[in-house]
Design a protein around this ligand. Structure first.
Ligand SMILES: *[C@@H]1O[C@H](CO)[C@@H](O)[C@H](O)[C@H]1NC(C)=O
Ligand SMILES: *[C@@H]1O[C@H](CO)[C@@H](O)[C@H](O)[C@H]1NC(C)=O
Ligand SMILES: *[C@@H]1O[C@H](CO)[C@@H](O)[C@H](O)[C@H]1NC(C)=O
Ligand SMILES: *[C@@H]1O[C@H](CO)[C@@H](O)[C@H](O)[C@H]1NC(C)=O
Ligand SMILES: *[C@@H]1O[C@H](CO)[C@@H](O)[C@H](O)[C@H]1NC(C)=O
Ligand SMILES: *[C@@H]1O[C@H](CO)[C@@H](O)[C@H](O)[C@H]1NC(C)=O
Length: 467
């Protein structure tokens, strides 16, 4: 028998009385480096739709709300390369560019179209790993190098900054014409790492210099009302914090819509020094063998670990957007880089419980939700609460304990609860409905299963009840 824990979720966005924190942009993943083709090329159309539903459906899948696409820089599609829309040097930065649009974009355009038109996804992050090679100091899109023209990077071929900005605008316009409005554009990926694949280096001063040019180009193209710049997808939090400080010093911070960082050389370590929403824009387990498990020993690929990773980023580090690395990938390499393993030889797939850990957040904590204060939660419970734009409230509880805990959830400061639904993910359940009851006194009684993530989704009294 357990004493009931009381979780008090302050509906502060209603009353303004209690603490409110960051506004959420959502949860997502990438299909860069031709992973999108595993869905787009899937010949079994039933399975193709199942994969889309697993990723984007808010009733049967994770309900992801952010898609991060790679803007190709490679001259061809060899290996898993993403081909660019401008493979040929037109003869200098001032020459008329020769865009070659294949209408596929490494399979990403089709998935983006489905995300937008079927599932209402509004946050499409288009992110270039590099400029085309001829715009760079090393004359290739791989192996680092810098954009010609940024401070400290001069090239015999000239200053390619404006041409690179125009190129990104051209890509954005191609997507818009195909029915996919891009919301965020990034021009760097891991600028502190020189990779054998597409990569381009930059420090904060160089990034700030290009941010100003790109912003002016977006403004000239009348794109800034619906789209903004994301930067810089550093390898880890430390380098990103340094880049943000340099961008602030150069007065380029107002031109950013998101500050983005990966975690490979260091995860979130406190709120970033910026007023711009911060996204943990890429994380995964690169080391462990493929696992679909929920909990065995707290391993890096397990579902419960990811429920907690998201908690740490969102609750302790002011993160507004949280993206896994790849949504789908081939069986090889046999790692946890992906949420779903798709074998395109046999047309079969396998879903990891990491996806269901995301689902308990992503389905109920929607874009525009404000994180609100929450108190209570002993017995090894980690709790967080959010008020969605439509007035619904999501209370997320993660149990580290080996036994179940009864909980009471009480909403303070708002119009009270009209109804509640509860969902649980653990070793056997994938966002399954679980019992929760709303008492006459407005207190919701429910239970958080051992080592689970349980979400209480609360419809407010009198408020709109849509999802
Ligand atoms: C998808 O089809 C394209 C041709 O449109 C091909 O180049 C690519 O290798 C295919 N990829 C997969 C994963 O099937
Ligand atoms: C999501 O799944 C539900 C349940 O299967 C289905 O009714 C709905 O059509 C799906 N949504 C979309 C956009 O496909
Ligand atoms: C600029 O974009 C806005 C919003 O998308 C649109 O309403 C307006 O007509 C556009 N202006 C021009 C000059 O194209
Ligand atoms: C948290 O992020 C928001 C932007 O999403 C920002 O306005 C706020 O200042 C940040 N809070 C802290 C404590 O840094
Ligand atoms: C599977 O994907 C690989 C890598 O993109 C591709 O080379 C191959 O042709 C695909 N196989 C099938 C049967 O689609
Ligand atoms: C939430 O997590 C529980 C396991 O703790 C799982 O059973 C449930 O299916 C998950 N809910 C969603 C929506 O994925």
């Amino acid at each position: 028998m357990h004493l009931a824990e009381t979780i008090l979720a302050a509906a502060a966005a209603i009353t303004g009385a209690a603490a409110t924190y960051q506004k959420m942009d959502g949860f997502g993943f990438s299909l860069a480096f031709q992973r999108a083709n595993l869905i787009t090329n899937m010949s079994d159309k039933t399975k193709q739709r199942e994969l889309l539903d697993l990723l984007f459906n808010r009733t049967t899948g994770a309900g992801f709300s952010i898609l991060r696409n790679g803007i190709g820089s490679s001259p061809n599609s060899n290996s898993d390369f993403m081909n660019t829309i401008a493979p040929n040097n037109p003869g200098g930065p001032a020459a008329t560019p020769q865009y070659q649009w294949d209408g596929k974009d490494s399979g990403q355009l089709w998935v983006s179209q489905q995300a937008v038109s079927l599932y209402g996804v509004k946050t499409i992050y288009a992110n270039a790993w590099s400029a085309p090679g001829y715009m760079k100091t090393n004359n290739r899109d791989t192996n680092g190098g810098s954009l010609c023209g940024v401070p400290g990077a001069s090239c015999a071929s000239g200053d390619w900054r404006q041409a690179y900005a125009n190129y990104l605008v051209a890509y954005i316009n191609l997507y818009a014409a195909a029915g996919v409005p891009i919301s965020h554009v990034g021009f760097l990926n891991e600028p502190d790492y020189s990779a054998s694949y597409a990569s381009m280096q930059a420090n904060g001063q160089q990034a700030a210099d290009f941010i100003k040019i790109l912003h002016a180009a977006l403004e000239a193209a009348n794109l800034t009302s619906s789209l903004g710049i994301a930067c810089c997808d550093s390898m880890g939090w430390g380098n990103q914090a340094n880049m943000v400080n340099a961008i602030r010093s150069a007065n380029a911070e107002p031109f950013l819509k998101a500050v983005t960082s990966h975690t490979y050389t260091g995860g979130p370590s406190g709120a970033m020094n910026t007023r711009v929403p911060v996204w943990l824009s890429e994380q995964c387990d690169l080391n462990g063998g493929w696992t679909t498990g929920w909990y065995a020993n707290g391993g890096a690929g397990e579902g419960l670990t990811w429920a907690n990773n998201i908690y740490t980023a969102v609750v302790n580090n002011n993160v507004s957007g949280y993206l896994y690395w790849e949504g789908v990938q081939w069986p090889n390499p046999n790692t946890n880089e992906k949420l779903i393993r798709v074998d395109n030889q046999t047309n079969t797939y396998e879903v990891s419980r990491r996806l269901w850990a995301f689902a308990n957040w992503s389905r109920y904590v929607r874009p525009g939700a404000v994180r609100v204060g929450v108190s209570g939660g002993g017995n090894g419970l980690r709790t967080a609460a959010f008020r969605n734009e439509d007035g619904t409230i999501a209370v997320v509880a993660i149990s580290a304990s080996g036994s179940a805990a009864n909980v009471n959830v009480k909403i303070s400061g708002g119009e009270g609860a009209a109804a509640v639904q509860a969902f649980v993910s653990d070793g056997t359940r994938s966002c399954a409905a679980t019992d929760a009851t709303l008492g006459q006194d407005g207190i919701i009684s429910g239970s958080v299963a051992a080592r689970s993530i349980t979400t209480f989704f609360i419809l407010p009294a009198g408020g709109k009840q849509g999802r």
